[in-house]
Design a protein around this ligand. Sequence first.
Ligand SMILES: NC(=O)C1=CN([C@@H]2O[C@H](COP(=O)(O)OP(=O)(O)OC[C@H]3O[C@@H](n4cnc5c(N)ncnc54)[C@H](O)[C@@H]3O)[C@@H](O)[C@H]2O)C=CC1
Ligand SMILES: O=C(O)CCC(=O)C(=O)O
Length: 423
Amino acid sequence: MPNLSFVSPTRNSPWGTYLSQIDAVEPYLGHLARWVETLRRPKRALIVDIPIELDNGTIAHYEGYRVQHSLTRGPGKGGVRYHPDVTLEEVMALSAWMTVKNAAVNLPYGGAKGGIRLDPKTLSLKELEKVTRRYTSEIGIIIGPQQDIPAPDVNTNGQIMAWMMDTYSMNVGATATGVVTGKPIPLGGSLGRVAATGRGVFVIGREAMRRLNVPMEGARIAVQGFGNVGSVAAKMFAANGAKIVAVQDHTGTILNEKGMDMADLLDHVAKTGGVGGFKGADKIDNENFWDVKTDVLIPAALEGQISAERAQRLSTRIVLEGANGPTTPDGDAVLADRGIIVVPDVIANAGGVTVSYFEWVQDFSSFFWTEDEINVRLDQIMIGAFKGIWETSEKHKISLRTAAFTVACTRVLQAREERGLYP
Ligand SMILES: NC(=O)C1=CN([C@@H]2O[C@H](COP(=O)(O)OP(=O)(O)OC[C@H]3O[C@@H](n4cnc5c(N)ncnc54)[C@H](O)[C@@H]3O)[C@@H](O)[C@H]2O)C=CC1
Ligand SMILES: O=C(O)CCC(=O)C(=O)O
């Protein structure tokens, strides 16, 4: 399994999962398969030490990463994650999935991702700002509007992007709005970016349901993760007639067979920080989340959630991957055996990076679009990309995941071949 000396993946770990997805796509790459090894190696991986002085006067050190998996089709692009479990191996996989995702929706980007191993809940706002600014300075040698453009991911948001933009701008001596996306609107952010990933999850879910004859009205939906991605997707499904019957986040799991009121749940989460304790549903055991009968299950939290064991227990028609890498290779195999359709992350959650692309374009031209213009263009790109992936899946009789990888990896390797190797 290990293909590189500096990480030790296992079959179901994030990098192991990505490698098995590349193995699956290889037979469909035709003559481009001779370049496939390029995809099994990140182009560049930077590990940085981030020392900061805490509020109590002690010095703490955090480990941070920025991995540029591919720069073949354009600058690196992908979010930054703050989480206690972040590792180099995880960031490598997340950056590689960005390469595939950006190519799947045909954005002119390579793929990159960053992260810091820390629990942001343990830091004050001032400490969080110090970590963010130091991290930005450390990775400043490889990011930039034309090099690599970070954005929000788990536990990062517009405020963190504002600090990153400000730090980078101070270091280069000019305001560089295009260095990050997902910024607040007054700093060159785009309308529609906050909701874009969840909106894209809904749009792709609706397309998949239509093709599989699953009615939206009354459809039973369960969502794991009620943050940026999960909460917006859930809200849109509910607004279109579906029932949100189960929700899980880091504070617990809740169930309401009749469907939950999304406005009340969002209000509860804004006040308390999580879904736990919500009066409009019953508390259930976390592991029982995977047994709830649904039409669409949306994992929108972290990687590796749908193991073979959980896949065996799922009672759903569609797994709609809002999170990156939520299904392990063993889980994927069980779902395929059981005829459960998996709509893969690299298309289902591509709405966020698509509007990030719009933000970057708006920053370069200093001309800003309306929210309607953003959403119409977003939906067009997502629906068009999904159609191509669906048709590829039918043509080769392969899973939607392998079809998405076929479309995307063909684009990446075609660009690789046309660029050539020599300096
Ligand atoms: N923010 C974005 O634009 C994009 C995010 N994604 C992916 O979507 C997923 C979620 O990201 P965001 O919503 O941005 O993060 P977030 O930080 O806004 O929310 C994360 C959610 O996951 C929940 N969670 C954390 N640990 C959990 C656990 N052990 N069990 C159950 N729930 C848990 C949290 O309680 C929270 O509700 C990640 O996989 C991320 O990489 C993918 C594309 C774009
Ligand atoms: O908006 C972006 O640039 C990246 C979003 C992201 O990290 C992702 O799609 O996983």
